[in-house]
Design a protein around this ligand. Structure first.
Ligand code: SF4
Length: 328
């Protein structure tokens, strides 16, 4: 069936993925494959802007690729590759930087936030992050980029960069990508307060064993007003209930919704049920992950093939770009 266009998305190599990655991005990545030609890039160069110790970079890249394949990314049709394996992106980055006013970069809210988080490491790469991101997207003549509302300014930046470049060099070689508003689900961590993430150690890894998963679930914070088993609870403010709605059969969710409010079910039992639902959902993922991991050459081969296919598109774009810029 003919695809509707090309989708691009970059994913930072943060190692083994967690529930937040799955619900916030991966689930959508898998679904997009049905209708679009998908290009998914593990952005190791971007990671260098904030990661000082690169000791785990290779392993993290491997683990992320393994999780993506296990979750349902189909490398026969989707291009899955590592950013630094396609050096054309750094060439486009430098050319795009020539049409990018510095003030525009330092005014971006995301830059200011990054500076707040890394006050001792405000490097040139951090400032130019959106330019490299634009190069990622534009190199593959992307039609659509799935983004949540918080990333919308970056996509708008890429679109403006296209206009500046095409105007400066009197060309139409770069195309403006459109935003594909993604249903990004913000997943709270087991603390029930902050967004799930590794840095806060409030995550549940997809590849954890069933027992490890159960232990993490039992640590989850529930309705903070419910102090005793006999107190009625409020599922509307409980993160366990929010996740039950994603992973637990509907009739059980309805039962919990009613019983929690009249103290008919306790939080310990409720969490045990959630751990069961989650483990059941993750069973096929774990089986597939183990199967792929048992073939150590498979992930590197997928990434090498992805890089070959990505490079072919990238080089074609760069030939047009070099010509437009009139590089000798
Ligand atoms: Fe949350 Fe379940 Fe406890 Fe209700 S019973 S507060 S839904 S964990």
């Amino acid at each position: 069936m003919a695809k509707k266009g090309r989708v691009f998305s970059g994913i930072r190599p943060t190692g083994r993925a967690h529930l937040g990655n799955y619900l916030g991005a991966f689930k959508n990545y898998v679904a997009l494959q049905e209708d679009y030609e998908c290009v998914y890039c593990i952005v190791d160069l971007h990671a260098l802007t904030t990661v000082e110790d690169t000791l785990n970079l290779k392993q993290n890249t491997y683990d992320l690729a393994l999780d993506l394949l296990a979750v349902g990314i189909r490398p026969e049709e989707t291009i899955l590759f590592v950013q630094s394996h396609v050096p054309q992106v750094t060439e486009l980055h430098i050319l795009l930087s020539m049409v990018t006013p510095l003030g525009k970069l330092t005014e971006l809210p995301t830059f200011k936030e990054m500076v707040r988080h890394n006050p001792n490491n405000v490097n040139y790469g951090l400032v130019g992050y959106p330019v490299l991101m634009s190069a990622d997207i534009l190199l593959y003549k992307t039609d659509l980029v799935p983004v949540g509302i918080d990333q919308a300014p970056h996509l708008e930046f890429a679109r403006e960069t296209v206009r500046s470049f095409n105007y400066r060099y009197n060309t139409n070689v770069l195309i403006e990508p459109q935003m594909k508003a993604a249903e990004v689900q913000k997943v709270l961590g087991i603390d029930g307060k902050e967004k799930m993430g590794k840095s806060l150690n409030n995550h549940i890894e997809l590849a954890a064993t069933p027992e490890e998963t159960r232990q993490r679930v039992m640590m989850m914070v529930t309705d903070p007003q419910r102090m005793k088993r006999t107190d009625p609870g409020n599922p509307d403010v409980c993160n366990v209930f929010t996740l039950h709605k994603v992973f637990t059969p509907k009739e059980d969710v309805e039962m919990i919704n009613v019983e929690c409010r009249r103290a008919g079910i306790g939080c310990v039992d409720c969490k045990k049920r959630f751990a069961e639902s989650l483990n059941k959902t993750l069973e096929p993922f774990r089986a597939k992950r183990a199967e792929i991991a048992a073939q150590p050459d498979l992930v590197p081969a997928v990434l090498a093939d992805g890089a070959d296919r990505a490079r072919a598109i990238a080089e074609k774009t760069m030939q047009e770009v070099r010509e437009a810029v009139q590089l000798p």
